[in-house]
Design a protein around this ligand. Structure first.
Ligand code: FAD
Length: 626
């Protein structure tokens, strides 16, 4: 089996195949806008709202009174008293049920809390979300035994920090290559391997470790102070300077067998299922930053005068302000809707959460980039430097740097495209089956062709017309009704385009990554438009027509992007680009690198797994914290 086939098989095994609950996202890609699944938007109960609001108020007070985000950026560390203060507030156990010592907040309030924290200090938001969204609490809540929950959740809720360890120097997007092993030895497993970029790794008390048990991958809860574990480095990054991110080595680490989460071989499935809702935390941080950017854009562009006008009155800048404002509204709407759906539990939200992660990380990056642009030279200057010159220390460049990683971790944009596309074309694959399988024999292919013919004969006619083609539908959305009609029509066009792609490339469709990426991006924009329309309708009750204007503006911007994506599906440079890239890789164009120098420091592309001589940075940090 080739490495590609192996990687694909591992991804398939980890994938949840069953759809036991309805999915708005899945239907959207099938050309079936199931507004009834998301509208009316689920509302939290009164008691939950009161508890959530109380917590948000306390959190806000704590951040304003006790946290200096500029100091975190300057010192590259979150001070121990901030960590202790957050623990006292219950911020490390926001989603953990009260019976295990947590606050038992809903997803809605968890993401609102991360939005608030993320707008102020993305490093603190990362500490909290790595601990709760991917660290020990979430996989244990979903897959842990009662004994495991009783043993570990109260500790997590009290503020013992946890980390999630999947990545290795040679394992990033492709977990099939995972090299860390867990070998059963009596009533223990013995772990050996190296884990890279473990967020919270240098300060963690508890770890979730992914390791190979034979052919499959399993997940373990591991005490960070178990003999044989060394943290060899604290890594430094372009942004998120306050995070505690390490390189962790396991040498003959004995872990009690009862610390296995779920069953042997379930590790990747646990990781993916954890991310189904865990993925909502990054969009929340993105929404927080975008909302903050909207505020800075308003204040700055309404004050700064150039060429006789406030810069916000120059059309080029006005376009950017509108983009920032509309995107911020949409980002919050998307996180809000996805979180409510996660709490409601009637829908399967794995596609929605993945779309939210993908779309939010890309849009927030663009928002921050535009903020830097409209701040001019001040956008490029650090907050400390601005303040030292006597100006307001706006950390625009820091926010841009801090946001960049969201497009890479918890599933890079490229991997999210593939993951979502896999679900989007699932109906086709189920119908066409062996037809697209290059290894299937002719009889199987003939049977698959008959099956697929039947499916398409029933399905294609449903894509010709729908409520979006009839004037007057979705009238309850008042001025936004036409935007929802567009979403409905575009959803059918999306499904037809997927079908055309499937017919054209069949089994090779999975390699048309840019085509698939565009399909997914269209789906993400349509989901965002839906979320915005629902949100504006809710907000209008409180705020009058203003939310409608903003939502309509957002939908118009999103439609421009959708139309461009539809166009690029069939008119693009994909084949030429692939040929050029192949030639770049073959050194054909090495001549273009003449006349420049490479400032890189010497070293191999991937470090060897041999032990380094660096000292463990945990001792000093742990002492400081306790
Ligand atoms: C600050 C930070 C914090 C992190 N925190 C954690 C953590 O807490 N726990 C943890 O386990 N990991 C963590 N990571 C690791 C992170 O999840 C990985 O960086 C990410 O999964 C990508 O893996 P990689 O860096 O090895 O990139 P690679 O997999 O080497 O990918 C390189 C590029 O190729 C693309 N690519 C790869 N495969 C494909 C494909 N099949 N098709 C198309 N494109 C492809 C990628 O999208 C990317 O653009 C962290 C990383 C950073 C930088």
């Amino acid at each position: 089996m080739t490495d590609y086939a192996k990687a694909r098989e591992v991804a398939e095994q980890a994938r949840e195949r069953e759809w036991t609950r309805p999915s708005f996202g899945k239907q959207l890609f099938l050309g079936d806008l199931r507004l009834d699944l998301v509208h009316p938007v689920p509302r939290p109960g009164e008691e939950e709202t009161a508890r959530g609001d109380d917590f948000l108020r306390a959190l806000r007070r704590f951040l304003e009174d006790k946290v200096d985000p500029a100091a975190i950026e300057r010192e590259s560390v979150i001070p121990p008293d901030v960590v202790t203060g957050l623990a006292d507030l219950g911020a490390f156990g926001m989603k953990i049920e009260p019976e295990y010592g947590g606050l038992g907040l809903s997803h809605l309030y968890y993401t609102r809390a991360l939005m608030l924290v993320g707008s102020y200090s993305p490093a603190i938001a990362t500490l909290l979300s790595a601990h709760q969204s991917i660290g020990v609490p979430q996989p244990l809540r979903l897959f842990g035994t009662e004994a495991q929950k009783r043993a570990f959740l109260p500790r997590c809720a009290r503020g013992e920090i946890s980390a999630f360890l999947l990545t290795e120097p040679d394992v990033g997007s492709d977990p099939a290559r995972l090299a860390t092993t867990a070998v059963r030895d009596g009533d223990h497993y013995v772990l050996d391997g190296v884990k890279l970029w473990t967020t919270n790794g240098t300060v963690a008390d508890l770890l979730v470790v992914m390791a190979r048990t034979g052919e499959r991958i399993s997940a373990f809860v591991v005490e960070a102070n178990t003999p044989g574990i060394t943290v060899e480095r604290r890594n430094a990054f372009m942004g998120l300077r306050g995070i505690e991110n390490g390189l962790t080595r396991f040498e003959h680490v004995r872990v009690p067998a009862e610390n296995l989460i779920g069953r042997e071989g379930q590790g990747l499935k646990i990781a993916l299922t954890t991310l189904n809702t865990g993925r909502l935390s990054l969009p929340a941080v993105c929404a927080g930053t975008a909302k903050w950017a909207a505020r800075i854009a308003r204040e700055w562009c309404g004050t700064r005068v150039q060429w006789g006008r406030r810069i916000g009155e120059h059309e080029a800048v006005a376009g950017k302000i509108a983009f920032i404002a509309c995107s911020a509204y949409a980002l919050e709407a998307l996180v809000d809707l996805s979180s409510r759906l996660a709490d409601d539990e009637r829908n399967d939200i794995r596609i929605e959460a993945a779309l939210a992660k993908l779309w939010a990380s890309e849009m927030a990056w663009r928002v921050a980039d535009e903020l830097v642009q409209i701040r001019g030279g001040r956008g490029f200057e650090t907050a400390e430097s601005l303040a030292a010159r006597g100006e307001r220390g706006v950390p625009a460049e820091q926010m841009l740097r801090d946001l960049r990683i969201n497009r890479i971790f918890e599933g890079s944009t490229e991997i999210m495209h593939l993951l979502i596309a896999r679900e989007a074309v699932d109906a086709h694959l189920a119908a066409a089956g062996e037809l697209v399988d290059p290894t299937a024999d002719l009889r199987a292919k003939a049977a698959a062709a008959r099956r697929a013919g039947g499916f398409y004969a029933r399905w294609l006619p449903t894509l010709v017309t729908g409520p979006g083609s009839r004037p007057g539908t979705f009238a309850e959305f008042e001025p936004l009704a036409h935007q929802l009609r567009y979403v409905e029509r575009a959803s059918r066009k999306l499904a037809r385009s997927t079908f055309y792609g499937m017919s054209r490339w069949q089994g090779r469709l999975e390699h048309r990554q840019r085509f698939l990426g565009r399909l997914v991006d269209i789906g993400a924009e349509l989901f965002a438009m839906t979320a915005v329309c629902l949100r504006a309708r809710q907000d209008a009750a409180r705020l009058g027509r203003r939310p409608y204007e903003l939502a309509d503006g957002f939908c118009r911007q999103a439609r421009q992007r959708v139309e461009a994506l539809f166009h690029d599906l069939w008119s693009n440079c994909d084949d030429i680009d692939a040929r050029i890239a192949g030639r770049v890789l073959d050194w054909r164009y090495a001549f273009l690198e003449e006349g420049v120098l490479d400032p890189s420091i010497d070293g191999p592309w991937i470090a060897s797994s041999a032990a380094s001589t660096a000292s463990d940075p945990r001792g000093a940090r742990a002492r400081a914290r306790r």
